[in-house]
Design a protein around this ligand. Structure first.
Ligand code: F6R
Length: 252
């Protein structure tokens, strides 16, 4: 596992964007696993900027997002489809038919999960970009006695709804269910990039990556993956710097 701590947000964003763009430029049919939330916004901006400067095309790329709320229409401002269009897709030349997000409005949610898994099986992810929740969730795989491997419907924890309430007018408006890729699907990605920013993520990142591997901290399962890159800002990385663990420091 490679851990890099960045002095500034821009450096982190450009570095992460560079990793993703490298895959897009090198692979004949690149398949990117993408995330939403506040963590990747700067990375998507950096991707859009670098792609437009270099003229890199995404016509041959396919994307799969981790998750979507149940019940929100694609044009709902808090749906993850809306987020992805706003921050990334509409700024690239990627065909809409090659961008995939679980359909949270599907009439049959179980069938939608099976459909998503079938597509992922046919197009394995070259890379999965991840943020991490304060409770160690990845995607919407919440701490539990057991974790699910494939795409499934989850009941969101109150702490997760509370954390995401900042994007809605009121916490009551945050849907209580979501569709999410399972931990098994995430771990099947050839490469994983985990990004965390801010002092409030420092402890959970440390616990997930150095603590016991447990379904109570879903991100701890990443310890079993052979190709994980962890990108942290100075605040999220402070626990690593303080305990003397060898981390690579990136300075501008
Ligand atoms: C979003 C997702 C979530 C977030 C996590 C952190 O697609 O999969 O697991 O990555 O909740 O969210 P932020 O980045 O808002 O702190």
């Amino acid at each position: 596992m490679k851990i890099k701590v960045f002095a500034g947000q821009d450096e982190l964003d450009r570095y992460a964007a560079g990793l993703l763009l490298h895959i897009v430029s090198q692979q004949e049919r690149p398949v990117l696993g993408l995330a939403t939330g506040s963590t990747p916004i700067g990375i998507y901006q950096a991707m859009v900027q670098a792609a437009s400067q270099s003229g890199l095309s995404f016509r041959h790329a396919t994307t799969y997002n981790l998750d979507e709320y149940v019940g929100l229409a694609p044009d709902h401002e808090q749906s993850y489809r809306y987020y992805m269009e706003k921050h990334l897709f509409r700024h690239l030349d990627i065909p809409a038919s090659q961008t995939h997000i679980p359909d949270g409005r599907a009439v049959d949610l179980q069938a939608e999960c099976r459909r998503y898994d079938a597509m992922l099986a046919a197009q394995p992810l070259d890379v999965q970009l991840l943020g991490i929740g304060h409770n160690g969730h990845i995607g919407f795989n919440e701490p539990a006695e057991e974790l699910r491997s494939g795409t499934h419907v989850v009941q969101l924890k109150e702490e997760t709804r509370a954390a995401n309430a900042r994007f809605f007018n009121h916490q009551d408006e945050v849907p209580d269910r979501a569709l999410t890729m399972g931990v098994g699907s995430i771990l099947k990605a050839k490469q994983i990039i985990l990004v965390a920013r801010g002092a409030d993520k420092a402890q959970i990142v440390k616990q997930a990556l150095q603590g016991p591997i447990t379904t109570r901290v879903p991100a701890s399962l990443l310890q079993t993956h052979a190709h994980v890159t962890v990108l942290l800002d100075r605040d999220a990385g402070r626990e690593w710097m303080e305990d003397g663990t060898k981390v690579e420091m990136a300075h501008s």
